[in-house]
Ligand binder design. Structure first.
Ligand SMILES: CC[C@@H](C(=O)O)C(=O)SCCNC(=O)CCNC(=O)[C@H](O)C(C)(C)COP(=O)(O)OP(=O)(O)OC[C@H]1O[C@@H](n2cnc3c(N)ncnc32)[C@H](O)[C@@H]1OP(=O)(O)O
Ligand SMILES: [Co+2]
Length: 135
């Protein structure tokens, strides 16, 4: 795995949280993107080398809706950049991690993504991200 690609934060109201994070980080969000397959609307901030993803639920069975119901707003996942997501999934499976989707899926901000179950990672939901290269 490479650097932390982003930190995902579950929020109840994306517009209100955009205004809050703009004040906090001193930069505006650079993108809002809906990912219907995940039931989320996201916004992204860059702060120095760091990237923050805010996530609002768009449907009641979204992972974000369930998380907000159980734990409230806060850090939902940590995403790591990987060069080759398919081989990284195989490596992590071999190490005994519970990969939630063995076939990478399309995430936000031009990434292929896969998740590891938090029960196998000390309670932290881990996302793997590989940049989709133009062919
Ligand atoms: C925008 C796309 C993408 C990107 O490009 O960046 C994203 O970031 S999408 C983010 C949203 N998508 C996902 O989170 C997909 C992966 N998540 C899942 O598949 C599920 O959320 C889950 C992790 C398998 C949990 O689902 P489920 O078992 O249905 O939920 P429960 O509410 O019953 O929780 C079970 C258990 O797990 C704990 N939990 C749930 N979410 C988290 C979390 N984010 N971090 C830590 N722990 C989490 C939950 O508290 C329950 O624990 P117990 O109560 O102790 O059993
Ligand atoms: Co994410």
């Amino acid at each position: 795995m490479d650097k932390i690609e982003h930190i995902g934060i579950a929020v109840k109201d994306l517009e209100a949280s955009n205004a809050l994070f703009e004040k906090l980080l001193g930069v505006p969000h650079y993108k809002i993107e809906e990912v219907a397959s995940e039931g989320v609307r996201t916004s992204f901030f860059k702060s120095g080398p760091n990237k923050i993803e805010l996530l609002e639920a768009t449907k009641p069975d979204s992972p974000i809706a369930k998380y907000l119901e159980k734990k409230g707003e806060g850090i939902h996942h940590i995403a790591f950049a990987v060069a080759d997501i398919v081989s990284e999934i195989q490596r992590l499976k071999g190490e005994g991690f519970l990969v939630l989707n063995e076939t990478p899926k399309k995430g936000a901000d031009n990434k292929l993504v896969a998740f590891l179950h938090p029960k196998g990672t000390n309670g932290v939901l881990v996302e793997l991200c590989q940049e989709i290269k133009e062919s």
